[in-house]
Design a protein around this ligand. Structure first.
Ligand SMILES: Cc1ncc(COP(=O)(O)O)c(C=O)c1O
Length: 446
């Protein structure tokens, strides 16, 4: 007897392929115990299981390729998790920031639309693609200092950053630690400013019990492998307002006025009846472009992986918090050398990493410690671009600085972070702590 499916039954063949994929995953990616003599402790990485591989192959067998059933399910479930009506997947976190900012320049917002020359307030310390879309659209970034030890924009410096031209605030929740949303939203309300929350490193973080990204007009996410969930390359924008969504969707999808899903026609019921721009009446709505757009969509194979990763998300967030707490308890004895990270009051972070700042009077330089950790296969990262004004690409670009950037300068020379991602277990975290303690002891500090 053989249990092979009938040669011509695609459903049975699909089931057999997917069962084999699960067996492949088990054989090819067994769990490995940590070995202090050779295992790495990286800052981040993809964490995946048989269900993720199964979904990926399942979608490949559809051979739909562009966004389809998996993307539809992914956007819906992500929206339910965060608590936002509108979620649009895009092909990276950087694209999410681009779509979010570009969406606010839309004619749909009439005289509230962002214009070249308008200013947006941002944090001097961070990742470049939080601010790049604004610069690309001719807006002027206004840099405010970072606050240590939350590594978020200094809430006390916000008001002084506002000028006649200020129209928006675009900042990230650094390393999963929410910025002070009370202060930011109060400023936005007072001066009628748009708010874009870059949540690329903060999926699952909450402020006063509500997900970050749900306070501002738009929230953005990244699903690059280093992030809380992954689909390889990917991201999302989310919003509550229908007009904001409409503009972002158009910009993501070539700038088209039509909002049919891929493969669909005439969703509006007036495909050959519109009179728009200088086009003749009845010009096929599919080819009418009302925004300056791009194509920033994902494939359904990416969405399929994102969808199964969502099942793991609550566990991922829990492990990240557990690893953070373990590191913080283990670093307590070294507080005379390091400034330890702190959650912003009223927030529940979804930690992306564990940031440390070496105090001014420490008996060693950051690079000495990073080299030691690297020699012991412990990954480290700097706080992204740190003071972005110091980056080569920023030289000569229009900007304004509000107040001194003292802490941002400290971050340039003295801050770094180590991993908390779910691929790190108790053994890895203990190893990391042991190596930091050993290094400090060797410098005469323990
Ligand atoms: C705060 C922040 N925003 C945006 C991004 C860009 O995301 P992506 O790499 O998916 O383009 C990153 C990248 O890690 C980030 O840290």
């Amino acid at each position: 007897m053989t249990n092979s499916p009938p040669q011509n039954d695609p459903d049975a063949l699909r089931r057999q392929i997917l069962d084999l994929v699960e067996r492949y995953h088990e054989a090819a990616y067994p769990e490995r115990a940590f070995d202090p003599a050779g295992s790495p402790a990286p800052v981040s990485g993809r964490v995946f299981g048989a269900s993720d591989m199964r979904n990926l192959v399942d979608s490949s067998l559809d051979f739909w390729l562009t966004t389809g059933r998996f993307n539809e399910a992914f956007e819906k479930r992500l929206g339910e998790f965060i608590g936002r009506r509108h979620v649009l997947s895009v092909n990276s976190g950087s694209s999410a920031n681009l779509v979010a900012l570009a969406g606010l320049t839309s004619h749909l917002h009439k005289d509230r639309a962002l214009q070249p020359g308008d200013e947006f307030i941002t944090c001097a310390t961070g990742f470049p693609t939080t601010i790049n879309p604004g610069i690309l659209y001719g807006l002027v970034p206004v840099f405010v200092d970072v606050y240590i030890p939350t590594y978020n924009i200094d809430p006390d410096a916000l008001e002084a950053a506002v000028s006649e031209r200020t129209r928006a605030i675009m900042i990230a929740h650094t390393l999963g630690n929410p910025f002070n949303l009370d202060a930011v939203m109060a400023l936005a309300k007072k001066h009628d400013l748009w708010v874009i929350e870059d949540c690329c490193d903060a999926l699952g973080a909450t402020w006063r019990g509500r997900h970050v990204g749900t306070y501002g007009d738009v929230g953005t996410l990244s699903f690059y492998p280093a992030h809380h969930i992954t689909m390889g390359e990917g991201g999302a924008v989310f919003a509550q307002g229908g007009k904001v969504r409409r503009a972002m969707e158009s910009i993501r999808d070539w700038g088209r006025d039509c909002y049919c899903a891929p493969g669909m026609d005439n969703t509006c019921g007036k495909r050959f009846e519109w009179k728009l721009g200088d086009l003749p009446r009845g010009y096929d709505h599919k080819y009418v472009y009302s925004h300056l757009g791009f194509n920033l969509k994902i494939t359904d194979m990416q969405a399929a992986v994102g969808l199964s990763q969502l099942d793991r998300l609550p566990g991922f967030i829990k492990y990240r918090k557990r690893n953070f707490d373990h590191l913080k308890a283990g670093m307590k004895a070294l507080e005379d050398i390091f400034i330890l990270p702190e959650a912003t009051p009223h927030s529940e972070p979804s930690w992306f990493g564990f940031p440390l700042t070496i105090r001014d009077d420490a008996p060693f330089a950051r690079e000495d410690l990073l080299r030691h950790l690297n020699d012991h296969r412990i990954g480290t990262r700097l706080l992204f671009g740190s003071n972005l004004l110091r980056q080569p690409y920023m030289i000569g670009r229009p900007h304004r600085v509000a107040g001194a950037l003292t802490n941002s300068e400290t971050v340039v020379d003295q801050t770094f972070w180590i991993g908390v991602y779910p691929g790190l277990g108790e053994d890895e975290i203990t190893w990391m702590l042991d190596q930091i303690h050993a290094f400090c002891a060797a410098q005469g500090k323990s």
